[in-house]
Design a protein around this ligand. Structure first.
Ligand SMILES: *Cc1c(COP(=O)(O)O)cnc(C)c1O
Length: 386
């Protein structure tokens, strides 16, 4: 049996007619850049994410970049974030001229550890502490970071919060007073990606920034068109961070199915849990820990105590697709040598990079396929007998 990590063709097969229809409408309209279709999607996403405003942009990466620009983060500023995330999170910080300050993650959720964020801030000399301007928590794999603690640290130190919600559209977080909020609505800016492998994927690149602040909203809208306001008059320097009308039209169709797909992912996660517990593999692998309110399972990532790479090779031979998110934590990337970090600085992120493995979780996965995956993993460990 062949089970890919992700099979987008199955999703397209469900929506083919609807999507082809809107794509043809856009072709007939010949209006490709921004415009009413992007405006419509922005309203829909703002509502879905329970935010006042949303601004369509060219990618999740550009969503982070333009948020940093809108927040006025630049040369000489420090921005706290996790070393265990997709490169774009820290790449955007460096691109505006600021310095990423990495903080280690929690080993059960893979998200930032708030107490270590505090430690990192207090560990800086006072002159440097002044330079810390923002924090970018990442809601990794579809589960929210500990936003109550993070927003309270941000408040205490006067930091801007930019949520990297690229993997977490529709994920929820419950505060201790019982209030439930959606990813992207808790910080000053929420950044989303419509990269095809995300839960809401476009037919190409795309992204969105959410905010509740009207001034930020106006700045974002201007920054995505080179800082123009009005057209051809520039008080600030922006870039070309626009979302295509074609992507917006397709995304507006797909958004109507998002909750149903999320339920499919959650159902698959539950089936994995049941089968793994029956297979008696607790000593060999750790399953994702659902700590926050609504985990949307962009990824289903297991922790493999021993022989992760051998397991991955074995699964590949048996026709099962997996991925390692992420093999090199960001503080050890060559391009960040200049930051002066070394191996051992963030032990949990480093260990996660060596032990985690993402299994197929996409909504259209069948029960038989999940059974086959768990059986194959069981077979691998039984065969090794160690
Ligand atoms: C995908 C992703 C991004 C970047 O989004 P793109 O649309 O690919 O530019 C940023 N951060 C995280 C955590 C992501 O998963």
């Amino acid at each position: 049996m062949n089970v890919p990590l992700l099979d987008l063709k199955r999703q397209y097969a469900q929506l083919e007619e609807e999507i082809n229809e809107v794509a043809l409408e856009v072709f007939r309209e010949q209006r490709f850049i921004l415009g009413p279709r992007v405006g419509h999607l922005e309203n829909q996403i703002a509502e879905y994410c329970q935010c006042k405003y949303a601004v369509g942009v060219s990618s999740g990466t550009d969503a982070i970049l333009v948020s940093l620009m809108a927040a006025g983060i630049g040369q000489g500023d420090f921005v706290l974030t996790t070393p265990y995330t997709f490169f774009a999170t820290a790449g955007a910080i460096a691109r505006v001229g600021a310095r990423p300050i990495f903080v280690d993650i929690d080993r059960t959720t893979y998200n930032l550890t708030p107490s270590l964020v505090e430690e990192a801030i207090w560990g800086l000399r006072p002159a440097e502490r002044e330079k810390v301007k923002a924090i970018i928590p990442v809601h990794l794999y579809g589960q929210c970071a500990e936003m109550e603690a993070i927003t309270s640290i941000a408040e205490e130190h006067g930091l801007i919060v930019i949520e990297d919600a690229a993997q977490a559209i529709g994920a929820e977080y419950e505060f201790s007073d019982g209030k439930v909020m959606r990813a992207g609505s808790m910080g000053n800016y929420g950044c989303f990606s419509f990269f095809p492998s995300k839960n809401l994927g476009a037919f190409g690149d795309g992204g969105m920034v959410t905010t509740n602040d009207e001034i930020a909203y106006e700045r974002l809208k201007s920054l995505r068109i080179h800082g123009a306001k009005p057209k051809y008059y520039h008080k600030i320097i922006g870039g070309n961070f626009r979302l295509d009308a074609l992507q917006a039209a397709i995304l507006a169709v797909k958004l109507r199915y998002l909750d149903q797909w999320t339920e499919g992912r959650q159902r698959n996660a539950q089936l994995y849990r049941r089968l793994f517990s029956q297979a008696d593999l607790e000593s060999r692998i750790g399953l994702p820990v659902e700590k926050e309110k609504r985990h949307i399972y962009n990824q289903f990532v297991i922790w493999v105590n021993n022989s992760r790479d051998e397991l991955r090779d074995y699964l590949r031979q048996q026709g099962i697709g997996t991925e390692v998110y992420y093999p090199v934590p960001l503080h050890l990337q060559d391009c960040f040598d200049y930051l002066g970090y070394k191996r051992g600085d963030f032990p949990v992120a480093e260990e996660a990079a060596q032990k985690t493995l993402a299994l197929p979780i996409f909504p259209e996965l069948t029960k038989d396929e999940i059974q086959f995956i768990v059986k194959t993993i069981k077979g691998f460990f039984d065969g090794r007998g160690n």
